[in-house]
Design a protein around this ligand. Sequence first.
Ligand code: GDP
Length: 598
Amino acid sequence: TDVPHTRNFCIIAHVDHGKTTLSDRLLEYTNTVAHRVMTDQHLDSMDLEKERGITIKSHPVTMLYPAKDGISYRLNLMDTPGHVDFSYEVSRSLAACEGAVLLIDAAQGVEAQTVANAHLAFSQNLKVIPVINKIDLPSANLELCLQQLEDILAIPSDEAILASGKAGIGISDILEAVVARVPPPRWTNYPQTRALVFDSLYDSYRGVIAYARVFSGSLKAGDMVELMSNGVRTEVKEVGVFTPKMQKVAELDAGAVGYFVSNIKDPAEIKTGDTVTLSQRRATEMLPGYKEVRPMVFCGLYPVESSDYEKLKAAVGRLRLNDAAFVYQQESSIALGFGFRCGFLGLLHMEIIQERIRREHDVDIISTYPSVVYHVVKHDGVVIEVDNPVNLPDPGTIIEIREPMIKAAIHIPNDAMGDILSLVMEKRGLVDHTDTLDATRVMLSCSLPLNEILVDFNDRLKSVTHGYGSMDYELGEYRAADLVKMEILVNADPVDAFATIVHRDKAEGKGRALCEKLADIIPPQMFKVAIQAAIGGKIIARDNVREMRKDVTSKCYGGDISRKRKLLDKQKEGKKKMKQFGRVSIPSDAFIKVLKTN
Ligand code: GDP
């Protein structure tokens, strides 16, 4: 209805630059949420998200803002996830907007995610409103930030608004700028209804609740709609807006941001980025930018107590309902028993899901080493995808193995240059070029194998830069590398949970470290047991488990028979949790311990 007086925008920022605080302040200023009920950080609702300072689920909210021109504007504030793992989700939220408020912490200046987010916004043709935030800080350096705006982002510094979400400075300036600079909703004249799904939520009573931005036409209860990516048809049951609570309305019209409930119960059918149109009057083209998201990182998840298997199964099932990017299937391991092979968008996504399983579903789990998805070219020309080292075909049948690369932008203080260059080299990366950001900071553009940054890259980056370094990355292409499957053998038997795909040059060092760790953690055995690392049958490292020859009852001198029996019973019980490797029994928690110490 009121397209000229609607503005759809989002706030983008590097983590910790104050997005949540400012969003809350906007809701408060527009009386969207009364000051009294305003909990700290209203928009971030998940504890875990709060702890990590990231948002995963986008919670849009509609505000009414009486502007200085005397007109009341409908402002839809979209929230965007704040991490590279979720860059597709970010891009879909941005696609639902016409403008973006770009926050820069006045004391930190432009960081890796600031640049990445700004580029995402530019590529969606959004009007970017630069805001230098936290100007109340004594360490604020306004000149530097304004200079960086021009030099790094090519945004005229006179467009910048000075603000502090915390101290409540510049809030009305930001709202006025949104009204004045962000254009009203685009593409409203398209002849048929088109709405963009930018997120969804699963409700056990109502099924999938899709978050949508209507571009043209309208959506209302009773409409028969079609999802254009897969042709799924369904009836709309209810439409509504976020105030920020979900509130039912009669119709979502062009330019509106809200939600719709349909007959769809399976979350996999409603995909982020899909276009919804009316079945009767179908649009011919989808809205731009739809992509199938595919998991990039895989690992096995197993219950520490095998009796928790059903609980874990229920947990992954539930998590999947609210997170279409998370995939899983059953698998079993000789060392770890029954569990699930799980796929994630990236490492952070993996950590979040694991934490949620532990905390919200109360299952103690162990994960195997993360693996990326390899492309394996076989002699017959067929290319297969391998996400579990155990499934790598026989080396004799392989022509080459290709691994996924990333393009990383690493922002660091000048004096960390030497350390970072050696870190990048150690991780088999290449620096493509370096750019000076200002007198003290540089940006390195590098390509690195995704596999190499999975484990500790970010921690190492933070540690050598004393917390001042930041990184952002996007996926690059696949590249052939000299990769091999390394297996760990206990008493000549391979232990599946420890199979990894590694670069040949790194196999020996990694193999030795693993053997040592296992030999150390596996309890002493009755006879000599070898722990070996092997590549295709060739042993590259070895260690031995300590030997022991001791009767558990020998400690009970005299012969207190009941005590003796207790000890024997205990030993028997312990045996139940043993895994058999040839003649060697190893308690399964030894494997768990080794996996945990990595
Ligand atoms: P987000 O990660 O971008 O959502 O950032 P938050 O809003 O959670 O803020 C990160 C930290 O900066 C918190 O400790 C806030 O209290 C603090 N902060 C946010 N805005 C301001 C501000 O304007 N001034 C000051 N001094 N601190 C702020």
